[in-house]
Design a protein around this ligand. Structure first.
Ligand SMILES: Cc1cc2nc3c(=O)[nH]c(=O)nc-3n(C[C@H](O)[C@H](O)[C@H](O)COP(=O)(O)O)c2cc1C
Length: 257
């Protein structure tokens, strides 16, 4: 049993390599009692600012996992920021423990800072399938392993956290604006894992109360009508979804109907 959270498909694509029984975290979050029992239990999710998303932390915090082997794999785009050690400390703080925590570099979907077209041009260099196969072998072999923190990743993430302390939160809300290009199709409402986009008078409207700033809405909009409200986008014409994952898959995982 492997739980996943995905905005643009990378983590779902990764999770498919590790397990056949895949369960969406945003869908499970609707359940009051979350007790899971399986021989092997995994979590696969993206890295957000050198940490796992709050949504995933809330899921782990509020769930009981009865298993012989508990693993976590974090997908990231360029700097993992020593997240495995951070996740180990988080688990420790809530009285949980993982047998295996690893990271895998994939397409960087951080659209607020990167041009998705430029990221596509370096994607092949990341050798994603090779890394996923190695992680699958580890998990199948029930390897005990917490990825060690590399010093440059520790320094890099600490510099980021220091900057955030000085400059405040990374995201200012309202994060998005919706342009005239919006056709009211509702794709954004269906890919949002926290149900914070609605259609009003044929136009997308964001309610940021529970926004996970996962960027699923901006990435999936078929007319690119969702744009950042204050930040200048590196490339407003480029959007990303993992080529092996369909829009239907992301909707099935995230839609809070
Ligand atoms: C809000 C946000 C923050 C991110 N922060 C980082 C980061 O700190 N380091 C990094 O290497 N990648 C970062 N990324 C890139 C994603 O972790 C990466 O592309 C991931 O594979 C996306 O997975 P998904 O397609 O399952 O959502 C970030 C992406 C988003 C949207």
């Amino acid at each position: 049993m492997t739980f996943f959270f995905t905005a643009t498909g990378n983590s779902l694509y990764a999770a498919r390599h590790f397990d056949e029984e895949l369960v969406s975290i945003p869908q499970e979050m609707r359940k009051q009692n979350r007790h899971y029992k399986a021989e092997k239990i995994g979590i696969v999710c993206p890295l957000f600012e050198f940490d796992i998303p709050d949504l995933v932390k809330d899921f782990i915090r509020g769930s009981e996992f009865e298993t012989d082997y508990f693993y976590i794999v974090v997908t990231f785009g360029c700097h993992s920021g020593a997240v495995a050690k951070r996740v180990e400390a988080f688990l420790d703080s809530i009285g949980k423990k993982a047998d295996y925590i690893n990271t895998v570099i994939m397409f960087d979907n951080a659209i607020i800072v990167f041009d998705m077209e430029q990221q596509a041009s370096i994607d092949a260099e990341k050798k994603v399938d090779e890394h996923l196969a190695a992680i699958k072998a580890d998990i199948d072999g029930r390897k005990q392993y917490i990825q060690p923190a590399e010093q440059f990743e520790v320094d890099f993430s600490n510099a980021f956290f220091d900057m955030r302390k000085k400059e405040g939160p990374m995201y200012a809300f309202p994060l998005y604006k919706v342009t005239e290009a919006c056709i009211g199709c509702g794709t954004c409402t269906r890919v949002c894992p926290t149900g914070c986009v609605r259609i009003e008078e044929k136009r997308a409207v964001h309610d940021y109360t529970n926004c996970a700033h996962c960027m699923a809405c901006i990435q999936a909009c078929p007319t690119k009508a969702i744009q950042f409200a204050t930040v200048k986008e590196p490339n407003p014409n480029a959007r990303y979804r993992n080529p092996n994952v369909s829009l239907k898959d992301i909707i099935a995982a995230n839609w809070q109907k």
